[in-house]
Design a protein around this ligand. Structure first.
Ligand code: ADP
Ligand code: ADP
Ligand code: ZN
Length: 213
């Protein structure tokens, strides 16, 4: 089963993707995580995209499609969760092509609906474990012990360079201009299931599992 988690920055895509990995053994493919990794390890591509990401703009289709192409070849059968990809119609077309070339199909597109006011709160309170990637929030999902990861015990908590008011404004604009047309695109194809992303993390997880049945 291959699925897309579609939604604006802060909708909860990463949080839910990690749960699906744990519960269903699927593989999370987050282009944001891959790009941040390239950025922090200082590869040529990472250096190229750093300023674009920090400003909240989208990196080129060519780069992200290349990243996904590489990963999709190592299909293990459990299925992929595309988290933060595709973000443009060109990326959506490329994904369809890559999947069919690998004899795979797209089984569901989960649209995570969250309103803009909630997104600002989510983004401004977000921090993640630098060791295992667990996602936390100052108010809605704090770690049990301040500064210590519940999942791995790591103490390297991180806040993202682009989780600030200016970059968020640009990210939302990019989302509405370039990514939100995908909702209509997948609706027309009959693949779309909307989920109320404003509910508690547990309830969102339940709705997603229902949608995948
Ligand atoms: P969020 O969790 O806020 O939705 P991501 O971690 O998915 O953000 O992405 C962070 C940044 O990485 C984006 O603002 C953009 O610069 C870049 N990025 C991630 N995925 C893509 C993509 N599919 N296409 C273009 N740029 C991307
Ligand atoms: P995305 O990957 O879509 O950008 P994240 O999964 O990183 O979103 O979530 C953004 C922030 O909101 C994180 O701090 C996370 O802990 C928090 N969060 C995620 N889902 C919920 C939810 N259903 N209710 C409240 N907070 C949430
Ligand atoms: Zn951790």
């Amino acid at each position: 089963m291959n699925i897309i988690l579609l939604g604006p920055p802060g909708a909860g895509k990463g949080t839910q993707a990690r749960r699906l990995v744990e519960e269903l053994g699927m593989i999370q493919l987050s282009t944001g995580d891959m790009l941040r990794e390239a950025k922090s390890s200082g590869t040529e591509m990472g250096l190229k995209v750093a300023a674009v990401m920090d400003a909240g703009e989208l990196v080129t289709d060519e780069i992200v499609i290349g990243l996904i192409d590489e990963k999709i070849r190592s299909d293990t059968g459990a299925g992929f969760i595309f988290d933060g990809f595709p973000r443009t119609l060109a990326q959506a077309d490329a994904l369809a092509e890559l999947l069919s070339r690998n004899g795979a199909t797209l089984d569901a597109v989960i649209e995570m609906r969250v309103d803009d006011a909630a997104l600002v709160k989510r983004i401004s309170g977000r921090y993640t474990c630098g060791t295992c990637g667990e996602v936390y929030h100052d108010e809605t999902r704090p770690s049990a012990v301040d500064g210590v990861c519940d999942n791995c015990g790591g103490t390297d908590m991180k806040r993202r360079a682009d989780d600030n008011a200016d970059a968020l404004k640009t990210r939302l604009m990019e989302y509405y201009k370039k990514t939100s047309p995908l909702i209509g695109y997948y609706y027309a194809k009959g693949d779309l299931t909307p989920v109320n992303g404003l509910a508690d993390i547990e309830d969102v997880a339940k709705s997603i599992k229902l949608a995948l049945r």
